[in-house]
Design a protein around this ligand. Structure first.
Ligand code: ATP
Ligand code: MG
Length: 511
């Protein structure tokens, strides 16, 4: 590992990094900062949670001229939450240099942003729709931009933002530097690189697997109608501190979070149809550990860095391997360990194998725990908690009461009752989980039928790999078939609608 001081970084930025607790550069930072400082375009690939934000953030801040009042850097991100997070990290890196920064995203009052823009920010972080909106209103001048960053670029294409991005880039000088980082490099990213970048320096941090080593990966085979009960039993055995459960659709997320709440879990949902205020408050509560389980669509799959997420559950197997990599990458970040469990119905096993082929990592089969195993898991936790309380030795006020109880009751019964009262016993309260149709059988897709975002502009790589994928002919059919079926589709970050529509179809935007 290299110390940041060896990377030709200014004293002010070094001070900021120190304050952030960054001592040594991560491999992707070490590999890319020097090129980006020279003004080169950089295409960087490294696993989730390995510091790609600072890899573009540090050189970007370094290259800002604090005396120049124009917008010198523009960062575009697919979701509002990610835009906010990136701007917070850049703010910290640029703190000692006193760089002025503004984030602009949908769901926030535009008047407020217009006023803030008059304060001459030097860096803008935003979502495509809102940036475009400001350009149309002539409230955002991008003709002095020197550095452009596309964070999660392929996701922005999947979401149908290509037209917005093209339009935004017409306002940014061609002489700019472009930085593009991702954990996955599907062909769509190459396409973006070819379109938007000039002779980029490509830096790929070599690893055996595409997913992070310290995430233990499991799959559990279950029929669609059994999934929820299996999930609650697994939760009872795992006792996750902080978990994210991904569901395929918005309705799914609503139903799951309600069902979990009914069964006594502290869970909340997040998806693109919620108001911005609600999205932010749910995320804040999750970060503050006031919510144990965040149920989410893919709106939370990309880039979000929430420390302490111990478990990720894919209640529905994601439609493509990249989505899998990003989703499970919400845990096991910055060297921490994590655990991921993917539910798969027997019909969807083909998808699981393709995920494994892509990530080069096999998932371990997990036998669904039985009701009694789940109960034992709960009881064990209750017992551990009791022992912890005894060891904390703060029971003076309770000893008199304990002695009173012991005069009339047997000691074993009393301890048993304490364990029982702390154990979450099987809960049969009825809940509603509508059945999700399984993904189309694998063979239907083997002609290259990647539905997710796979429009004819080549948004996504075909699902198949290593000779499985065929021509693009089936792709559009796949897109239509899926687009009609999937409620809300995946265009979550964009605030609903169907991401598979062609760019000319009106759609709700991220603003
Ligand atoms: N050099 C460093 N030393 C210590 N911590 C770091 C360093 N660089 C980044 N981090 C921390 O690591 C975490 C993950 O970083 P970041 O969000 O940039 O990952 P990423 O590679 O962009 O992941 P993803 O692919 O999921 O977007 C963050 O909490 C960040 O503050
Ligand atoms: Mg990132």
């Amino acid at each position: 590992m290299t110390n940041f001081s060896e990377l030709n970084i200014s004293e002010s930025t070094l001070r900021s990094l120190k304050r952030m607790g960054f001592e040594e550069a991560t491999p992707i930072q070490e590999g890319t900062i020097k090129f980006a400082l020279e003004g080169r375009d950089v295409l960087g690939q490294a696993q989730t949670g390995t510091g790609k934000t600072a890899a573009f953030g540090i050189p970007l801040i370094e290259n800002i001229d604090p005396k120049n009042p124009n917008i010198q850097a523009l960062i575009i991100a697919p979701t509002r939450e990610l835009a906010i997070q990136v701007s917070e990290e850049l703010y910290k890196i640029g703190y000692d240099k006193r760089v002025k920064l503004l984030s602009v995203y949908g769901g926030q009052e535009i008047g407020r942003q217009i006023r803030a823009l008059k304060n001459k920010p030097q860096i803008i972080v935003g979502t495509p729709g809102r940036i475009q909106d400001h350009i149309n209103r002539h409230t955002l001048k991008l003709d002095q931009v020197q550095t452009l960053v596309l964070d999660e670029a392929d996701e922005m294409l999947n979401m149908g933002f290509i037209d917005d991005i093209n339009a935004i880039l017409e306002n940014v000088p061609d002489t700019r530097q472009t930085l593009l980082f991702s954990a996955t490099m599907p062909p769509a990213i190459r396409k973006i690189a070819n379109t938007f970048m000039k002779n980029p320096e490509e830096v790929k941090i070599k690893s055996k697997e595409m997913t992070v080593e310290n995430i233990e990966q499991f799959f559990v085979k279950a029929q669609e109608r059994e999934k929820f009960d299996v999930l609650t039993r697994i939760l009872n055995v795992h006792q996750p501190e902080l978990a994210i459960i991904f569901g395929r659709t918005k309705r799914r997320v609503d139903e799951l979070s309600q069902a979990l709440s009914i069964r006594g879990y502290v869970a909340e949902g997040i998806h693109g149809d919620l108001s911005q205020a609600k999205r932010m408050s749910v995320l804040r509560q999750f970060k503050e550990n006031k919510i144990d389980i965040l149920v989410a669509t893919d709106v939370a799959a990309r880039g979000l860095d929430i420390s302490g997420v111990t478990h990720v559950y894919n209640f529905d197997i994601p439609q493509d391997p990249e989505s899998y990599v990003h989703r499970i990458g919400r845990t096991g970040r910055a060297g921490k360990s994590g655990l991921a469990v993917t539910f798969v119905t027997p019909r969807e096993m083909g998808y699981l194998r393709i995920v494994e082929e892509t990530t080069k990592k096999r998932m371990t089969p997990l036998r669904p725990p039985s009701e009694s195993e789940a109960l034992v898991g709960q009881q064990k936790v209750a017992m551990e908690k009791l022992i912890e309380i005894v060891q904390a030795n703060d029971l003076n006020e309770y000893r008199i009461l304990a002695n009173e109880l012991l005069e009339e009751h047997n000691a074993v019964d009393l301890v048993a009752a304490a364990i029982k009262s702390m154990t979450k016993e099987p809960d049969e309260t009825p809940v509603t989980i509508s059945e999700e149709r399984p993904l189309p059988a694998r063979k239907e897709r083997s002609g290259g039928g990647r539905s997710r975002g796979g429009d004819s502009r080549g948004g996504r790589r075909d699902f198949g790999r290593g000779g499985r994928s065929g021509g693009g002919g089936a792709r559009r059919d796949g897109a239509r078939r899926d687009g009609g079926r999937r409620e809300g589709g995946r265009k979550e970050g964009g605030g609903g609608g169907d991401r598979r529509r062609s760019s000319s179809t009106p759609r709700r935007r991220e603003d």
